[in-house]
Every structure is written in C-alpha cells, then in structure tokens.
Design a binder for this molecule. Structure first.
Ligand SMILES: [Zn+2]
Length: 503
C-alpha cells in the first residue's frame, strides 16, 4: 500500500511553505526529537530555513550547509535530503539552501552583485565581522551552536584530477590532523564507488579566505571541510548520491549513527505529501527531469526528489509513493535501470506504488519491448516509425479523462485541444495476462506522420492511459503535458489518482 492515503482536499489545503510544514510532522524514529526549523534572515528576500536535528543521546554537533553557490545544486539537494535523516547521537544544524537568490537564478553569485560581493562564500570573517545578511545569520549559527564540525557542500565544474583549474571531486579541509584523517576516510569511501580513476576524489588543503570553512577553523577552532562534487558528466542524482555518502561516512566516523546513505526521504517527514521520485539517469532528455520537477513542485502537497538507476537498484523506491519517468529515450532509461532496477520498479508498482511515464516513460511502461516494464497492458504499434514528428497534435478527452484529469487545466471545458508531441508511442491494447485492460484518458484526433511514417496510424488511438497493476497504478502520456502551457494540471491530477484510492 501507499505510505498514506491522500484526499483531494488535503492536496489543495497543503501549505505552500513545505519545509516548515514538513518539520511539524511526527517523526517515527525514537532515537531523536522532531526536527526544529527556524528561518534565517527572516523577512528578507534571502530568508531560508535552518533545520536542527537532535538525538536523544548527546554527541558531536555538525553544521551542514548547501547552496552557497547557486549553480551548484547538488549540495542543496543533498542537504535537503539529509534533513530527513535520523541520528542516534549528537546534533545536526542544516541549512540546505544558503543562497536562495543565487539558487533561484541558477548562478554562482547573488543576482545583481558582482565579484566577491555576490559570492556568499567570501563573506565570512577574515579580519572582522561577516559582511552580509545571510552570512551574518550563518555565522550566528556557528557562534550559537558551537559545532564540532562545519561541512559545506559545493560542486566544481570539472574533475580536479584532469583539470587542476577546478576543485571538482575533492575534499578541501582545514589545516588539522584529525580533519585530514577523516577526509582520507571519506575519500576512500566515495572512491570505492567510482570506476574511472580520473573521476576519483582527492584531498586538498585549506579553504579559501573568506569562506565559512576557513573562518570556522581560524576564528573559532571549528574543524571544517568543503566537499566538492563535479557537475561535468554526471546527472544531479549521481552527485547528490556522492554528497550523501560522504556526509554519511563523516557522521558514522563521528559515532553519530546516521540513517543509511541511501535515505533520500526518511520516514515521518511530510506524511501528508505525495512523495515523488523523478528518474534523471541516462536516457532522460536534457533538462527533462528538472522541467518535470519544477512542474510537479509548483503545486504544494508534493515532495520531489531526483533519483537515478543506482538509487533505484539500492532500493530507494520504498521511500516513495510515485516514480516518474520523463521524456528522452525509453530504451536508454531501461538500460540505465538495468534488469535489477526494472525488476525493482515492477515490484514497487505491484506492491502499491504509482508509475507516471511521459513519452519515453510511456514507452518504458508498455508491454512489448524486451526492456519494457509491462506495468500497462499497452503495446506500441508501428515501432519502426517512432520518429513520426515533433509538434502540437489535436487530442480529445474521453469521458473518464475529462472527469479525472481535466480539472484546473486550460482545456477543462474544451473537447478538442492541442498538446505538444515528440515521437511518443502509439498505443493499442496489449495481451498481457493478469494485467487489467487500460482505460484511455485522451485520444489522438490529429496526427504527425513524418520520416516515412504512414498516415492514418495515430488518429483515434489513446494518447494518455491508466490502469491498476497489482496493488498499484500506472499512468502514461504519449505526448507532453509538462511542455504545454495550461496543461500542467493533467499531471497534478494524475499524481492524485496514482497516490490515492479514489476510482
Ligand atoms: Zn561552490
């Protein structure tokens, strides 16, 4: 069964202020207290939450910061995930999104500010006091909580081993023996997961002047390290997994008994929200996972994480209500999952999970490729002409589609409307035993028939379908509601059906 059963009302009523709402949720792990959330720089445009996680047993205090630089999203995502961990000893002080303005703009510096003025990680005390609002608030946390360690999560643009101009894939620690010893342990743990020698981590010395890590050590004697993943060549979930593993290893070495490193949404966090894992591994189109993420996160009531094939093979789907496969290549996504990952997905849906596939993700859900999941009894026809075109196509609601997924969309009271299409599957009913026939939500009325595709194949076939599968449910869209203005509600409404128990 799903983690929780959610009604439409709950979805609509959920607070827009997700982290704070989440923090008030009951926590099931008895080893620690419910996390406390405060807001740093409250009332300013830079305000951002700070999470305090306290174990029942005393132990070290570790401060974890992400998102100092807005074009280094892995640190923010990892720190956000770590807010849902539990610890058996000590305390965590976590600021996942230190520079919300830069993160929003996806750029290193605070928008509108140049040089060091816009670089939050140059604002910590060298000679005197910290020099800007959010830096003052972060420094205040160091003074108030007197952490034993400060860990700052960053990303470099390239692998340091092959490009010394970048600090990517390194740990930069303060000039201290214990820090050096632990940095080596962390590096050994992460390097054991990296096949290519040139992509492995190295140890670098002494954080730059003006950085939080440097100031914490020099001004307060707080041990510190900056953990740098590499943006080049790796999708977000891959880098976040490295950040999680490195922080997990540190906390374990410090005797704090953290949650497993595979924890991306711990139990007890946000029980009223739909937990959605968006696949971002190989085979997802460029920007497809983040586009999907921003569309789904646009509605309150939904907690989204990006996950990859390695995460899925490691069993993270048990932390989610719904898995989403966005556009790209169905066969490449299947390959990235591997046989084991595909088996995990099928088992997840059969046991009560939800599956949402868009275009490539719809191919993946189908039943007639060697690599497809078969969570829908839908066969793809005219497979030879899959490159039938990209552009808007007319679709029409079925009565079921209109009743269940039209609400709140611009097509709510329009029988025929355009939706973006990009080489999506053409479905007919399959012949899987023991899987219910699919129900159509949308039907193609127009068509694209390019690159040798015969005309007349696409019209009157189902463009969006749904079905139960075991205890779970699956929805597949051949076209792209997330890329069509006014149609995002089709996805939100699908999530509600996938996560709920309404007919
Ligand atoms: Zn950085």
């Amino acid at each position: 069964m799903l983690h929780t059963v959610r009604a439409l009302g709950l979805w609509m009523a959920a607070s827009a202020c997700l982290p704070v709402a989440a923090a008030q949720a009951p926590v099931q792990d008895s080893r620690w207290e419910a996390p406390k959330v405060s807001i740093l720089a409250e009332g300013t445009e830079a305000e951002t939450p700070c999470w305090i996680l306290t174990a029942v047993e005393t132990g070290p205090t570790v401060m974890i910061v992400g998102g100092m630089h807005g074009n280094e999203p892995s640190g923010a995502a990892a720190a956000e995930q770590i807010t849902s961990w539990s610890i058996g000893r000590g305390q965590l002080v976590i600021v996942p999104r230190a520079n919300v303005l830069a993160l929003g703009a996806e750029q290193r510096r605070t928008p509108g500010k140049r040089g060091d003025e816009g670089d939050l990680n140059r604002h910590f005390p060298k000679e005197s006091e910290p020099s800007a609002g959010i830096a003052t608030a972060l420094w205040g946390l160091v003074e108030t909580h007197e952490p034993d360690w400060v860990v700052d999560l960053h990303e470099g643009f390239d692998f340091h081993r092959t490009n010394p101009k970048s600090v990517g894939s390194s740990i930069i620690h303060c000039a201290d023996e214990r820090a050096e010893e632990l940095a080596l342990k962390l590096i050994a743990a992460v390097n054991a997961t990296i096949d290519k020698p040139e992509q492995r981590f190295d140890r670098l010395r002494t954080p730059v002047a003006g950085s939080l890590a440097r100031a914490a050590w020099e001004k307060k004697g707080v041990r510190s390290m900056i953990i740098e993943t590499t943006t080049k060549s790796h999708v977000l979930s891959h880098r976040v997994r490295q950040h999680r593993l490195l922080v997990h290893t540190l906390l374990k070495e410090l005797g704090m008994q953290p949650s497993p490193a595979t924890t991306v949404i711990g139990p007890g966090i946000a029980p009223d929200q739909i937990r959605v894992g968006i696949f971002d591994g190989s085979g997802t189109g460029k920007g497809a996972a983040s586009t999907m993420r921003s569309v789904l996160e646009g509605r309150a009531g939904c907690m989204v994480r990006q996950i990859g094939g390695q995460d899925i093979r490691a069993g993270v789907l048990s932390q989610f209500d719904i898995v989403v496969h966005p556009g790209g290549s169905g066969s490449a996504q299947a390959k990235a999952l591997g046989e084991e990952g595909r088996a995990q997905e099928v088992a997840f849906v059969r046991a009560g999970g939800g599956y949402l596939g868009i275009c490539a993700g719809a191919y993946l859900a189908s039943c007639n490729y060697d690599w497809s999941l078969g969570v829908l009894d839908a066969k793809v026809i005219d497979r030879k002409h899959w490159r039938r075109g990209v552009g808007p196509v007319d679709v029409e609601w079925t009565p079921l589609g209109k009743r269940t997924i039209a609400g709140g969309s611009s097509a709510q009271s329009t029988p025929l409307f355009e939706i973006q299409y990009a080489n999506g599957p053409i479905f007919l009913p399959g012949e899987l035993d023991g899987v219910p026939d699919f129900q159509a939500l949308l039907v193609y009325r127009g068509e694209l028939a390019e690159n040798g595709a015969p005309s007349g194949i696409m019209p009157d076939t189902a463009a969006a379908i749904r079905s139960s599968f075991g205890q779970g449910r699956a929805v597949a869209f051949s076209p792209h509601p997330e890329k069509t203005d006014g149609l995002h509600a089709l996805l939100h409404n699908s999530l509600i059906w996938l996560a709920g128990d309404s007919q």
